[in-house]
Design a protein around this ligand. Structure first.
Ligand SMILES: [Fe+2]
Length: 148
């Protein structure tokens, strides 16, 4: 049995994970180097724009179920255990490996919290989480293909 508080905690965790993945993909966009710079730089822009847009919906989903939306950097950092590799000296291949690791953790968390949202009969939020899983799966396919 889950509670509304479980959904609140899950959404806060996902919001935090999205912010970390956003920072990671934008940071890699700035620092990536190599012979395929142009396309890698543009690919990372696509990812960080998509993930950035999701942050607002996590926050507004929290408001819809009666919780306040966190915005302080310290609180946001504390709301998930996800650690990103924020080195600016990685090779392009290492950056895509690291981003792929982050993305897989986001997908796992989305699956868990989708189940909580469904159990709480929050269908709109469940829909949003299903859409996010689909989008992060799309990025996973593209990241994995880039690494082959
Ligand atoms: Fe840019």
């Amino acid at each position: 049995m889950t509670t509304t508080q479980d959904l609140i905690n899950g959404l806060k965790e996902l919001q935090s994970m999205a912010i970390k993945m956003y920072a990671q993909s934008h940071g890699y966009h700035w620092n990536i180097e190599g012979r395929t710079f142009k396309q890698d730089h543009a690919f990372l822009l696509e990812i960080y724009n998509d993930v950035f847009d999701s942050i607002d919906t996590y926050a507004e989903s929290l408001r819809k179920i009666g919780a306040k939306a966190p915005f302080g950097l310290v609180q946001l950092q504390a709301n998930s255990l996800l650690k990103i590799n924020d080195s600016s000296d990685l090779t392009s291949e290492q950056m895509f490996v690291e981003l792929s690791k982050t993305n897989l953790q986001v997908i796992d968390k989305l699956k868990d919290i989708f189940d909580v949202a469904t159990e709480q009969r929050e269908q709109g939020i469940a829909n949003f989480l299903a859409d996010r899983q689909d989008k992060h799966s799309f990025w996973q396919w593209q990241l994995t293909s880039t690494l082959k």
